[in-house]
Design a protein around this ligand. Structure first.
Ligand SMILES: [Ca+2]
Ligand SMILES: [Ca+2]
Length: 240
């Protein structure tokens, strides 16, 4: 069949049912994991975190080059500090890290969490596809600063006291109830001395644009088909 014959056989009905897939399938799997848990002995901890003094513990991390979407992060708290000062109320946060402090806006704030003890409790935060800058350092942290009530409430955080993760370290700030100090002043420890927290983070690639399969409606197909119909007629006349 020649190209002209093929054109002649192309009916308007064919045009009206043409479907086009414009994008590839979405990617939702986490592709990069940071996980220092294998370097934890199951009992070592850093303490104390909570009210009244050392209100903020965190871990700095470097965003992978292609997988720059943060899906989740986690820390482990416990056991109850000296057996009696839980509950410790706090929230989880993410912000950019400038080498000595959090900087810019707080990019993620969790709901209120309460450690009640007595054992270790894993706190995992779903950051809902938080888009970060590839290669840039950030800090994920837990802070009790916004939840002080005048009563001492403390616990521990699981720590590796080693350096399984090279893209960041455990950091802390004795910022008391002053949450704004976290982005204003250098933190008390900006890394190195305590190794890495027992910390996980998951990342994936930016979601591909949502697939947009579409079909021409009969009306659209008719309208789009008119120029083709005229073109075919013109072609037919020319050949005649
Ligand atoms: Ca308290
Ligand atoms: Ca480290």
């Amino acid at each position: 069949m020649t190209f002209t014959a093929l054109l002649k056989n192309l009916s308007l009905a064919t045009v009206t049912t043409t479907s086009l897939m414009l994008a590839t399938a979405p990617q939702s799997q986490a592709l990069t994991y940071i996980d220092t848990t294998p370097s934890w002995n199951g009992s070592s901890t850093i303490s104390p975190i909570g009210e009244p003094n050392t209100a903020t513990y965190g871990q700095t991390f470097t965003v992978p080059i292609t997988d720059n979407i943060l899906n989740s992060f986690s820390f482990i708290l416990g056991p109850d500090f000296y057996g009696g000062t839980a509950p410790m109320t706090f929230a989880g946060y993410v912000a950019q890290w400038d080498g000595s402090k959090a900087t810019g806006p707080i990019l993620y704030t969790s709901g209120t969490q309460t450690y009640t003890g007595p054992g270790f409790t894993n706190y995992s935060f779903n950051t809902d596809n938080l888009s970060l800058t590839a290669g840039q350092q950030y800090v994920a942290f837990l802070s009790a600063s916004n939840f002080f009530d005048g009563n001492t409430h403390l616990t521990y955080m699981a720590g590796t006291f080693s350096n399984p993760y090279s893209g960041g370290d455990f950091v802390y700030y004795n910022n008391g109830r002053d949450f704004s100090a976290l982005t204003a002043n250098s933190w008390t420890s900006t890394g190195g001395g305590f190794g890495d927290a027992v910390f996980t983070a998951t990342f994936n690639v930016p979601a591909a644009s949502t697939p947009v399969p579409f079909e021409f409606s009969p009306e659209q197909g008719f309208i789009l088909g008119i120029p083709l119909f005229l073109c075919l007629r013109k072609l037919k006349k020319k050949r005649a």
